[in-house]
Ligand binder design. Sequence first.
Ligand SMILES: [Zn+2]
Length: 372
Amino acid sequence: MFQGALRSRPLVSATLAGALLLAACADGELDDAREDPGSVEDADEADPDDEPEADAEDGEPEEEDEAQAQVDPAEVGANELGEVPVLMYHRILPDGGSDYDLTPEEFRSELEYLYDNDYRPIRLDELIDGDIDVPAGTTPVVFTFDDSTREQFAYTEDGDIDPDTAVGILLEFAEEHEDFDAVGSFYVLGSLFGVSDDRGAEKLQHLHELGFELGNHTLTHERLDHLDADGVQRELAQGADNIRDAVLEAEVRTMSLPLGLWPDDRSLAAEGSHDGTAYEHEGILLVGSNPAPSPFDDEFDPLAIPRIRSLPPESYDPDDPEGLMTSGYWFDVFEQAPERRYVSDGDPGTISFPEEYEGELADEHADRANPY
Ligand SMILES: [Zn+2]
């Protein structure tokens, strides 16, 4: 079990957990997230017109063949139609913050769990492109960070990356663990990591250079369900512009809905313009609450990708429906039902899976299929 074996954090009492829940309501996000399971069920309603061209990588298999030929998909239990955890993080705080935040120790121990259990990080744009390059036998995991807060990325007085921020922890972990890359996707607001002047833009540029994806989380975090069509497009166009102003080559291909809430016209979350500035998102992140289907699964909708809220395993109680949304819950589910996991064949060009799952494969990926 995930809970006992791999975490050493002292148990949080039920009373304390309750207090954390109440504290989290202060920023309004928890209440919204509680409503969110609906948005997962609504996933089918999202506009599927913007299906990304995941076939663009077709040229790769030939190049990879030599190195990959010896991997037998059956031997590594490859299932590239399995599910992928997309984890949602907010702040990394010494006192643990609200129920959306983690302490540095909790984040490190989640990384340790993921590494030990053969998860390897990729970025969201790689997921939606179906460009998943992780070692044979491992499962991709996507780290997503919302709100561009100081606790995610800051410098020490000496100008080093603060080792207790999300970025600092990821970089250190990758340094210490072979075949684990410090990658993930940041969903950025107009307020850039707690600094207001040019240093915010410099931080964005630095994140981009480190290989992190920069995504849109609107300019001011307004609830998109409270805005008219013009307001929605203003928030998203200015949010994208803010990123591209700082990082000229940033593509801003994905976005995360503030509080997981859709605008009335959902198509405006994917595409629109304001004052001559256009935006186009090929991937849209929800707030809850289950793993994402494989990007090769017929049910994968890049414009409504569910996320799992990261929380230490002590925070989830099997009898509490709120608890069912957390990473601790889902890691246990995957331990008990490993056949649900996406497991890589080690070759980003082919899609390997046990042939009994063939019916789940989306037609557009049939040319890369490798059932066994
Ligand atoms: Zn947010």
